[in-house]
Design a protein around this ligand. Structure first.
Ligand code: HEM
Length: 530
């Protein structure tokens, strides 16, 4: 490999600068790291020769080995990426060590990635941590586009993602939601002083999903099984969403220093999957193996086990379907409910309007059910506005192109991580009127033709569930669940900030994919007299 004198000079300057920069925060933990980095920078000089692939999208100049990582840092959140798009355009590229990140920030190019070239960009990038949490793509959410993904999605559709499933379970959802209303109604202190309703809503969503999946439920927030399930899942989210492992992902030579972190992930995943398997999957397997039809095909996992029996999927795939539902279904919906409640508390006029609509359309005696929400357009506009302003997955789940591809006239190197900044599409002032305002009326006025949908007539400015092949199949459950719980709570309670507080804090906190409220709201629930 020939290295010119000029390149050696650049390498020396960059190496010393980088060495100096990193010494303070890395060397304290790993003194040998400084020298290793220095060596890595030199070795990386030749490798970066092809980093700026011909006709690559624009982006900031990259330094050897680290690329743009030292400039842009770890927290590549939706707001920061939107600011970069103002400078570099609707498609730009960042080099993060050996990784290529391509960011798409306008509706036309989003259409390309998600729809027109949906196959080309239909894979998912993984990283050292996700390889562990998905057994190298034995799951569905993070696997490559191809036969395995198609099979998994097909097997999951019938038991989870059809209108028939909604019909089958809607009474159960409503019962779980009515139990929340009844618990709050019976708690005078919570009504006046307020409380963090998140944990109770989390129990509701676990019960909804575990009843659909396993025909199993938890008794209370103190149920040891609930405590264990939520602990396992939140630890998984914490480890997978953290930015702390980026250095080992971006710079392979540093991977040995991630060993402790990766062992922690492996250990957690082993115990977590054993928890799902021993307590839930095996129980259903036994029922399915018992002669007689009484308990057959009662819940989603029974259908999945049937697919296993017929040889369509493996037992490892079965457990990863369970893992995917735990990851994809519950917290996303919970974050959305938390955002919606915080916004209706902070906008009493909106809250009143929802209540008035329910009173006018449903009356005081008729229950709010899955079939009534279609008659409540303002309530639905509140849900849409929540998802627009606070998309729980603001950059969608990252996409990836298995082969070199073209986008917006640029060449996208194969294996690039391609993110669509869905939050920016829905909050760009050039595309929306006063997007920073929480104003559900927009969806009944100037934006009334815009729907939350993943197919059919899609407006590519509003993609909270993505669109196309890798879009969220859970939308069919999530939208009615969101509208039902918000409608039921607003009907029964005037929700206000706790005494002494004027407005709820709606600051954001993000992870690698997620966007949730930073401080779980304390809300006082004043009963509404009919
Ligand atoms: C408000 C709640 C939810 C939101 C905002 C949401 C959003 C999303 C988004 C943005 C994606 C990625 C789309 C893309 O990459 O283009 C996704 C994927 C997915 N979601 Fe959801 N989701 C929600 C609820 C659910 C529920 C309730 C389930 C299951 C019951 C679910 C299951 C999935 C699955 C399995 C995928 C992966 C699809 C694939 O890779 O083929 N989601 N979701």
């Amino acid at each position: 490999m020939a290295v010119s004198a000029a390149r050696v000079a650049v390498a020396t300057a960059v190496s010393l600068a980088v060495h100096w920069l990193l010494r303070s925060f890395l060397q304290a933990q790993h003194p040998e790291l400084g020298l290793l980095l220095l060596a890595a920078v030199f070795l990386g000089i030749a490798a970066t020769g092809n980093a700026g692939a011909a006709n690559a999208p624009p982006g900031p100049a990259a330094v050897p080995v680290f690329g743009n990582w030292l400039q842009v840092g770890n927290d590549l959140n939706h707001r920061f990426l939107a600011r970069l798009s103002a400078r570099y355009g609707p498609v730009f590229r960042l080099r993060l060590g050996v990784r290529n990140l391509v960011v798409v920030s306008d509706p036309r190019l989003a259409t390309e990635v998600l729809h027109t070239q949906g196959v080309e960009f239909g894979s998912r990038p993984r990283n050292v941590v996700f390889d562990i949490f998905t057994a190298n793509g034995a799951d569905m959410v993070f696997t490559e586009y191809g036969d395995h993904w198609r099979r998994m999605r097909r097997v999951m559709t019938l038991p989870f993602f059809t209108a028939r499933v909604v019909q089958q379970y809607r009474d159960m959802w409503e019962a779980e939601m009515d139990a929340v209303v009844s618990d709050i109604s019976g708690d005078g202190a919570a009504q006046q002083a307020g409380f963090v309703v998140r944990r109770r809503l989390q129990l509701m969503l676990y019960n909804i999903m575990y009843r659909m999946m396993f025909d199993a439920r938890f008794d209370s927030v103190d149920d040891p099984m609930f405590v264990e399930a939520t602990r396992f899942n939140s630890e998984r989210s914490r480890l997978a969403q953290s930015f702390d492992y980026n250095y080992g992902d971006f710079i392979p030579i540093l991977r040995p220093f991630l060993r402790g972190y990766l062992n922690k992930c492996k250990d957690l995943q082993t115990r977590r999957l054993a928890f799902f398997n021993n307590n839930y999957v095996e129980k259903r397997r036994k029922v399915m193996d018992t002669p007689g039809d009484k308990n057959k095909l009662r819940c989603a996992i029974d259908h999945i086990l049937q697919a296993e029996k017929s040889g369509e999927i493996t037992s490892e795939n079965v457990i990863y379907i369970v893992e995917n539902i735990n990851v994809a279904a519950i917290e996303t919906t919970l974050w959305s409910i938390e955002w919606a409640l915080a916004e209706v508390v902070n906008h009493p006029a909106v809250q009143r309007k929802v209540r008035d609509e329910i009173k006018a359309v449903v009356g005081d005696d008729e229950p709010i059910t899955e079939s009534t929400i279609h008659r409540l357009p303002y309530l639905q506009a509140v849900i849409k506005e929540t998802l627009r302003l606070h998309s729980p997955i603001p950059l969608l789940v990252p996409h990836m192109n298995l082969e070199e591809a073209k986008l917006g006239g640029y060449t996208i190197p194969k294996g690039s991580k391609v993110v669509v900044n869905a939050w920016w599409l829905a909050n760009n002032p050039e595309l929306w009127e006063k997007p920073e305002e929480f104003r559900p009326e927009r969806f009944l006025g100037e934006e009334k033709s815009v729907d939350a949908t993943v197919g059919g007539k899609v407006d590519f400015r509003f993609l909270p569930f993505g669109v196309g092949r890798r879009s969220c199949p859970g939308i069919i459950l999530a939208l009615p669940i969101l509208a039902l719980i918000v409608g039921k709570l607003v009907r029964s309670f005037e929700m206000v900030p706790p005494p002494g507080v004027e407005k709820l804090d709606v600051s954001e906190k993000g992870g690698q994919f997620s966007l949730h409220i930073a401080k779980h709201s304390v809300i006082a629930f004043h009963p509404v007299s009919a």
